[in-house]
Design a protein around this ligand. Structure first.
Ligand code: ATM
Length: 239
């Protein structure tokens, strides 16, 4: 299986790359663009997301995000996010990596630290304990933080009100704590995180991501550069 030894590995087989960040940074679009870029370079890719990615995970997602009518305590939210992850790791992520696919995941463990830890104020040690149980040691090789000011991210999200979920509707201060938590996490482990300025155009963000993947994973030449232009008709993605 691929391991991230910068400058040594020339294969992405089994690499696990996660997209993280506050709302409106365009994670979903950028994951799709990176998938296209990697597949053009001959790497088989699996794209997935959290909460979700499995039958039970998508059912949990619907309860967590789409049900405005049920009360969900912060602890319940953390456990449900983490329960979905336990299934996702075993049913999707670990098998795909073992088969040599590059796994691109829209959110993972750090979303729980940022939203339920930073945003909701839950204890980080308690969250870390349940993450260890859920992931059984499966860890991303590279974490891409698509960072942008919270006001701009929420403005982008609100441009598409139909897709707003329960957590999007939380107060501005909550989202600010989430962003700060992400930036702290990235500062604490700079080898694994790449902080990407998500304010730029989708093409500029995509180029920064390609560069981060090449540089951090020691894959010079593995991804075609420069990227082909992509048509992004509707502006930044909503997530
Ligand atoms: P997106 O698919 O738009 O990223 O939405 C998923 C939501 O779930 C997102 N919040 N909003 N709005 C972040 C939230 N989330 C958590 O709070 N904790 C988690 O562990 C995960 C995976 C997601």
């Amino acid at each position: 299986m691929w391991r991230s030894i910068a400058g040594v590995s020339n294969s992405l087989n089994g690499a696990f790359i996660v997209f993280e960040g506050p709302e409106g940074g365009g994670k979903s679009l950028q994951a799709q663009l990176l998938a296209v870029s990697l597949e053009r370079a001959g790497h088989p890719v699996l794209m997935t997301r959290e909460p979700g990615g499995t039958g039970v995970g998508e059912a949990i997602r619907a309860v967590l995000l789409e049900r405005g009518d049920v009360a969900i305590a912060a602890e319940t939210e953390a456990l449900l996010m983490t329960a979905a992850r336990a299934q996702h790791v075993r049913e999707v992520i670990a098998p795909a990596r073992a088969a040599g696919r590059v796994v691109l995941c829209d959110r993972f463990v750090d979303s729980t630290y940022a939203y339920q830890g930073g945003g909701r104020g839950l204890d980080g040690e308690a969250l870390a304990t349940i993450q260890r149980f859920a992931t059984a040691g499966v860890e991303p090789d590279l974490k891409l933080l698509l960072d942008l000011p919270v006001e701009e991210g929420l403005r982008r999200r609100q441009a598409d009100p139909e897709t707003l979920n329960r957590i999007d509707r939380d107060e501005l201060a909550f989202h600010q704590r989430v962003r700060e938590a992400y930036l702290r996490l990235a500062r604490g482990d700079p080898d694994r995180w790449a902080v990407i300025d998500a304010l730029g155009s989708p093409d500029a963000v995509a180029r920064a991501i390609d560069t981060a993947v090449r540089d951090r994973l020691g894959l010079h030449g593995a991804i075609q550069a420069p990227r082909a232009p992509y048509s992004v008709a509707s502006g930044p993605a909503s997530s």
